[in-house]
Ligand binder design. Structure first.
Ligand code: NAP
Ligand code: ZN
Ligand code: ZN
Length: 347
């Protein structure tokens, strides 16, 4: 039996979000039906609603930072029971047989993962995200939210958390390593907490010193303003790893110079416009420019367990669904401390 539930959707590119309904598929053999409690607003929602990354599918129900409770399950579901606290991130399916899927890198599925929204599922139907009351997801793409993490502050971990955790682990952030996080927004404020919890020395590079107190409280050892040219002189060659979380094009050349020998600048931000690369400062000292996307399902579970153990969670501003457009405007102005989360009871 299908379920029709309230949702918020953009009817067309750049249109305001409006209340609507979506119909969720009947709970299949390996599916769980989730009562969504909270959903985070990721900057990627804004890029997609505005078609900043190219043609998108409308109506669009955004939302891929989903936290809720299992309300029903299919007869073949082994991992979850009704009442379990669960999360869903950016993907709801993948091919499961390609080398990346087999290696737990479902986000790099060579057949393309099925994104939680703005995509077409393997059943040929469009996917609709978490700005809605319920969602049906295959249990293999659902993770368990530990009891120590309240659902509202856990929701942003499903995208912003895993997107920063995965590169921190891959590039060995830990004791004796220096990490810079560029941009103290949704991704950035979790990147700082996670890098600190992993034992690295952490520096925030923000446009101004406006959020310095927060950055230090979240675990940064140092905090610098990128608007001040002295920052780049002072920090030349200082970092093993620079994580760029900025949603707009960055002057990468200036940041390459901050890397020490064999250091890596890992790009996470996905701006809508192309960037200009000044490569001379990358060439010295065998520096590298790389990228990272999200994280696999098992790694997402590992990240949630790590957060529960180390007291890492998002700092949030909880809003009603009808405040989402206003929240988008504030995110675009970098006026967010540090993630907007929609209480789905207001749908
Ligand atoms: P966000 O909350 O808006 O944070 C971005 C931060 O970048 C802002 O808080 C601001 O920090 C800084 N910033 C914004 N505009 C800037 C500008 N013009 N110049 C310099 N700094 C600027 O966004 P988010 O949700 O963290 O997402 C960040 C980006 O990552 C987005 O492009 C998103 O689509 C992308 N993303 C990528 C992945 C992936 O898998 N790679 C996953 C999720 C999101 P300060 O005020 O501190 O400077
Ligand atoms: Zn996201
Ligand atoms: Zn695959």
């Amino acid at each position: 039996m299908t379920t029709t539930v309230a949702a918020y959707a953009a009817p067309a590119a750049r249109a305001r979000l409006a209340r609507t309904t979506v119909t969720r598929r009947a709970v299949g053999e390996h599916d769980v039906l989730i009562d969504i409690a909270f959903v985070g607003i990721c900057h990627s929602d804004i890029h997609q609603v505005r078609e900043g990354w190219g043609t998108a599918i409308f109506p669009m129900v955004p939302g891929h930072e989903i936290a809720g409770v299992v309300a029903a399950r299919g007869p073949g579901v082994a991992a979850f029971a009704v009442g379990d606290r669960v999360g869903v991130g950016c993907m709801v399916d993948s091919c499961r047989v390609c080398p990346n899927c087999r290696a737990g890198l479902e986000q790099y599925c060579s057949d393309g993962p099925v994104w939680t929204y703005n995509a077409v599922g393997r059943d040929g139907q469009p996917t609709y995200g978490g700005y809605s009351q319920k969602i049906v997801v295959d249990e293999n793409y659902v993770v368990r939210i530990p009891d120590a993490l309240p659902l509202d502050v856990a929701a942003p971990l499903l995208c912003a958390g895993i997107t920063t955790y995965s590169p921190l682990r891959h590039w060995h952030a830990g004791p004796g390593r220096t990490v810079a996080v560029v941009g103290l927004g949704g991704l950035g404020h979790l990147g700082v907490q996670l890098a600190h919890a992993l034992g690295a020395r952490v520096t925030v590079l923000s446009q101004s010193l406006r959020k310095k107190d927060d950055g230090l409280r979240l675990g940064a050892d140092h905090y610098h303003a990128t608007a001040d040219p002295a920052t780049f002189e002072e920090l030349a060659g200082a970092f093993d790893l620079v994580l760029n979380t900025v949603s707009a094009p960055l002057d990468f050349g200036a940041y390459f110079a901050l890397l020490r020998t064999d250091g890596a600048l890992v790009n996470l931000g996905l701006p809508e416009d192309p960037v200009h690369l000044e490569l001379q400062s990358l060439n010295g000292n065998r520096r590298s420019l790389s990228s990272s996307g999200l994280g696999g399902i098992a790694e997402t579970q590992e990240m949630l367990d790590f957060c529960a153990e180390h007291g890492v969670a998002a700092e949030i501003e909880t809003i009603r669904a009808d405040q989402a457009d206003e929240a988008y405007e504030r995110v675009l102005r970098s006026d967010v401390r540090y993630r907007f989360v929609i209480d789905t009871a207001t749908l």
